[in-house]
Design a protein around this ligand. Structure first.
Ligand SMILES: Nc1ncnc2c1ncn2[C@@H]1O[C@H](COP(=O)(O)OP(=O)(O)OP(=O)(O)O)[C@@H](O)[C@H]1O
Length: 252
């Protein structure tokens, strides 16, 4: 567990444009976004509904491709990879947490956590996995199936699974969207602990200012553009900033 401050970039997009549809139905979901996500930091992506948050995350994580511009994981530009290498990169260097926990119902908690490495034929690091299981507080549930767990516990399994292969970056898309506020708070605290105590990197899409306040930095999108960044956010400051966008409109 390192306390050194890192200055490298885990993921970034440069001049990212994503256009869906064409002609009358064309939507510019991303309209020239450049943003870097620093390694060893917890970054939240915020903005109104339809502002491009999920599109940005999906393109930065190689789940979708940009219309123009570039997306990098570390020093690797994603558009240079063929499908097979992109799949490998996603498996080996990126972790995901989604709103719907996406656990395999027939596997136990322990099997779900190590599934990505088992699929990759990689030998897991038992010490690391053990540490993760303790951090997420699931030691006494390891042999349970997902259906025997609460929503909050299921998401904690998904969090442990996302970090199990020590990925360069974990992308979380509305990870608390299906949880009550107490379970959501626990999941957010876990993401924060993974970053601060285990030197991990998290990029989280959220529309919730309370969730965003767990991050080290918030980037704000509006109409497919990056419109602001905020260090050391509080829920109140994030909410004020969002209200200001609403009040004056942001398209320039
Ligand atoms: N597959 C698609 N086909 C067409 N348009 C799309 C597609 N995906 C997203 N869009 C459009 O792109 C814009 C940005 O969508 P996106 O889901 O990235 O926004 P968001 O900020 O994540 O929204 P929300 O907070 O509501 O989830 C929206 O106008 C949306 O309707």
């Amino acid at each position: 567990m390192s306390t050194a401050v890192r200055t490298d970039t885990a993921a970034r997009v440069v001049d990212a444009v994503k256009v869906y549809g064409r002609g009358d139905t064309e939507v510019r979901a991303l309209d020239g976004v450049s943003v870097d996500f620093a390694a060893g930091r917890f970054t939240a992506i915020m903005g109104p509904s339809g502002s491009g948050k999920s599109t940005l995350m999906h393109c930065a994580a190689g789940l979708d491709t940009l219309t123009s511009g570039s997306a990098f994981i570390g020093g690797t530009e994603l558009s240079t990879l063929d499908d097979r290498r992109l799949t490998l990169l996603r498996r080996e260097r990126i972790g995901f947490v989604f709103q719907a926990f996406n656990l395999i119902p027939t596997l136990t908690v322990a099997e779900n956590i190590t599934l990505p490495q088992d699929l990759a034929g990689a030998r897991g690091d038992q010490e690391w996995t053990d540490a993760l299981i303790d951090v997420v507080g699931l030691r006494d549930r390891l042999h349970h199936r997902p259906s025997e767990l609460s929503g909050g516990q299921q998401q904690r399994v998904a969090v442990a699974r996302a970090f199990a292969g020590r990925p360069d970056v974990v992308f979380a898309d509305e990870p608390t969207g299906n949880l009550d506020s107490r379970s959501g708070e626990e999941v957010l605290r876990l993401l924060g602990r993974a970053v601060r105590q285990m030197d991990r990197t998290v990029v989280m899409v959220t529309h919730d200012p309370v969730a965003a306040a767990h991050a080290d930095e918030v980037v704000f999108l509006a109409d497919g553009r990056l419109v602001d960044r905020m260090q050391n956010p509080t829920a109140e400051r994030v909410l004020d900033r969002l209200k200001a966008f609403d009040a004056r409109g942001v398209r320039t």
